[in-house]
Design a protein around this ligand. Structure first.
Ligand code: NAD
Ligand code: DGY
Length: 324
């Protein structure tokens, strides 16, 4: 008999067909207040779950007693409690690698947009405010030749650093749990302490995964250690930043500006003070959001789930130890 699977995010038709060939699929086009009860009901028979953008709470875990595998269509897996999944022998699969270069493109776009005030000034042009030759009040800051500090020199951190080093002649420093010899050899990157990075970087660029140690790693104290001319770029997770402290730092000139793809609450509430600050570039969590990359992520997530339901955890499994 085909295993029951609950899909809670739209995926391309050919990938849905592939999933349906091997599984009995119950599909939800995202979970909201109207369909949550039906979703919870469907979880009762689910051996597999696949989707993204939903906190997989204790309530949802309890509603899924037959669950064997969860496949998130993302590389970040902070929506899941890995220890609790592992304790129940449930495999957690994710999509590393396929989104690395696209996400690095987005993050570097934020570096450029924040430094050169691209969205702010483009808006002024549209509003008819470009009435003469521009002066220093519309100038930005150089990117080339500056120092970029990468928080989290993993796959995406390295891809950002590669762009900075080869494309913009930037000096690369990084803060990471372990040393990254490839970055040191290929990009002349230097590993340093968090404090050192904050003091030296012209662009502090967060690509750390969200976990207890990285929650609010950017806060009032760490922001105060940055240069007043520096920019903070967030391409990791919103909750790595104390947003109230960031707003304060941006308003009071503790730092110069920010480029943000992720936020503590998403979608970013329309009354967020961040939206009223001219020195903030805010994007709607589009790190990996290209047609090509989102297709590859869905494909990998479907393949991951099918493999995990057959007991194959050799690829893209966060907790393969459950087999021991
Ligand atoms: N904005 C987006 O759309 C988007 C897209 C993809 C990924 N992301 C985020 O980026 C994160 C990184 O993705 P990746 O593929 O580069 O992951 P990765 O695992 O390759 O890299 C993470 C790096 O952080 C380091 N690290 C982890 N915890 C640390 C700690 N406490 N202190 C210091 N270093 C630590 C790891 O050693 C690793 O080198 C994801 O977890 C996700 O949250 C965001
Ligand atoms: O972690 C990821 O893959 C991105 O944030 C997309 O959700």
């Amino acid at each position: 008999m085909k295993p029951n699977v609950v899909l809670y995010r739209k995926i391309p038709d050919d990938l849905l067909a592939k999933l349906q060939e091997q599984c009995q699929v119950t599909y939800f086009d995202g979970i909201n207040a109207d369909n949550r009860a039906a979703f919870i009901k469907a979880l009762a028979e689910a051996e597999g779950v696949i989707g993204v953008g939903l906190q997989f709470s204790d309530e949802l875990m309890a509603a899924a007693p037959k669950l064997k595998a969860v496949s998130t269509i993302s590389v970040g897996y902070d929506d899941f409690n890995v220890a609790k999944l592992s304790a129940r022998g449930i495999a957690l699969m994710h999509t590393p690698g396929v989104l690395t270069e696209t996400t690095a493109d987005t993050i570097f776009t934020l570096v450029l947009c924040a430094a050169r005030r691209i969205t702010e000034l483009a808006e002024k042009v549209k509003q008819g405010e470009w009435q003469g030759s521009i002066g220093p009040d519309w100038y930005g800051s150089n990117v080339h030749g500056k120092t970029i500090g990468i928080l989290g020199m993993g796959r995406i951190g390295y891809a950002v650093a590669k762009r900075a080093h080869f494309g913009f002649g930037m000096n690369v420093i990084y803060y990471n749990r372990s040393a990254k010899p490839e970055a040191e050899q290929q990009l002349n990157a230097r590993r340093c302490s968090l404090d050192e990075l904050l003091a030296d970087a012209d662009f502090v660029c967060n690509v750390l995964p969200l976990m207890p140690e990285t929650r609010h790693i950017i806060n009032r104290d760490t922001l105060a250690k940055m240069k007043p001319s520096a920019f903070f770029i967030n391409g990791g997770r919103g909750a790595s930043v104390d947003e109230a402290a960031l707003v304060e730092a941006l308003k009071s000139g503790v730092i110069k500006g920010a480029g943000l793809d992720v936020f503590e609450t998403e979608p970013l509430p329309v009354n967020s003070e961040l939206l009223s600050l001219p020195n903030v570039v805010a994007l709607p969590h589009i790190g990996s959001a290209t047609h090509e990359t989102r297709y590859e992520m869905s494909k990998m997530a479907v393949e991951n789930l099918l493999a995990a339901l057959k007991g194959d955890l050799t690829k893209h499994c966060v907790n393969p130890d459950i087999l021991r």
